[in-house]
Design a protein around this ligand. Structure first.
Ligand code: ATP
Ligand code: MG
Length: 352
């Protein structure tokens, strides 16, 4: 009789997919020693009980910002026993959500509901002062934060003694420039730019990941070189490799070939973009579009507010799939023109 509970067939190409997933934190962060040293130098005095300096990390999508700060956060909490609170501000975009994350990292038993922001914060501060705790708050993707007042709240609490050190992470300098002048001057962070990786660096990062995740002999150096040439960032390269590996397995092959890479580009979109994001990509495949044209096209597809659509556009920009150019206008929210980043026009490879 058929064995219905047999082990799933062993995969012939992917040995351990976790090394190709966005959630994986590499043991070694390549090519970022200088940037990580600069961030650490700003935090170090704070870890030792002194002032330290807030940090502003910025650089394009997929260039290792999140990876680097998570690595530093792990090291800092292991070495010095300080509390490190990591918050992704796309996911936690209100002041309350960020506070909840800080409370969580302090393992404070405060009620999650029913408290106003001010009350929650004053209880948090009371605890921190009483227990003499110091917290490094890593605000990743800080552009997502809707309430800048949270930053003012944390900085004001530092006036008497320094309780919080902020490491803010964004894709460009724009966010810092957009801050209210008073908050910006209280923050006056040490700025650490992250440049995009060059092709050779993308190749090295990809190779390291390929050897961890894939079976020996299932990929060639030529394949990795091709991905590194076309990929727009480290993330993009790793995701393309994963999609190609899946495609080759689906075809029952033991080795990934260039053809699998090219054919997997559409699945790449299926796996990594939401329905709304894919809709925008398909619109832009026929050429650049204005914000207004995108709003209009959306009304045929799904009822969303302009703000929601702009959020999806910002996400796509963050993922390095689209770029935008601001048009001249006297309006508060300036209209933009959006276009696809080279290499995505036909789902991946054809146009480069
Ligand atoms: N220097 C590196 N060494 C090893 N892996 C890296 C390195 N830089 C990036 N990666 C890998 O590339 C992917 C993207 O990196 P990461 O999430 O840190 O980028 P990011 O700069 O935070 O991008 P975004 O602005 O989109 O959030 C991750 O899978 C990460 O493991
Ligand atoms: Mg990131």
């Amino acid at each position: 009789m058929r064995d219905f509970f047999r082990e799933e067939e062993e995969s012939v190409i992917i040995e351990d997919e976790k090394y190709l997933l966005p959630s994986y934190l590499p043991d070694e962060v390549l090519f970022r020693d200088r940037e990580m040293e600069a961030i650490a130098a700003s935090i170090r005095p704070f870890l030792r009980g002194k002032g330290g300096r807030h940090v502003y990390v910025f650089g394009p999508s997929g260039c290792g910002k999140t990876t680097s700060i998570k690595y530093l956060s792990l090291q800092a909490s292991r070495l010095f026993g300080v509390v490190c609170a990591y918050v992704n501000c796309w996911e936690n975009y209100t002041a309350m959500a960020v506070l909840n994350k800080i409370v969580e990292s302090l393992k404070l038993p405060l009620p999650r509901r029913g408290l106003a922001v001010d009350e929650m914060f004053s209880r948090l501060l009371h605890f921190i002062k009483h227990e003499k705790k110091r917290v490094v708050v890593f605000l990743d993707d800080v552009e997502g934060l809707k309430q800048h007042s949270l930053i003012a709240l944390l900085l004001k609490a530092n006036e008497s003694s320094s309780h919080f050190l902020l490491v803010t992470v964004a894709q460009s300098r724009e966010w810092l420039a957009s801050l209210d002048a008073r908050i910006r001057s209280m923050l006056s962070p040490y700025e650490v730019p992250f440049a995009p990786y060059n092709e050779e660096q993308r190749f090295e990062i990809l190779r390291q990941r390929a050897y961890l995740a894939l079976r020996k002999g299932s990929f060639s150096e030529q394949l990795l070189r091709k991905i590194a040439r076309y990929g727009t960032s480290a993330r993009d390269c790793i995701e393309r490799l994963r999609a190609a590996a899946k495609k080759a397995e689906e075809r029952g092959k033991a080795k990934i070939e260039i053809q699998d890479l090219e054919d997997s580009a559409p699945t790449y979109f299926d796996v990594f973009l939401s329905e709304e994001e894919r809709f925008i990509v398909s619109l832009l495949q026929s050429g650049p579009q204005s914000t207004h044209a995108i709003y209009t096209a959306f009304s045929q597809f799904k009822k969303l507010t302009k703000r929601q659509i702009r959020n999806y556009l910002a996400l796509l920009e963050e993922k390095g799939v689209v770029k935008s150019r601001e048009e001249k206008s006297t309006k508060r929210i300036k209209p933009k023109t959006y276009f696809l980043v080279a290499g995505y026009e036909k789902g991946g490879f054809d146009n480069k």
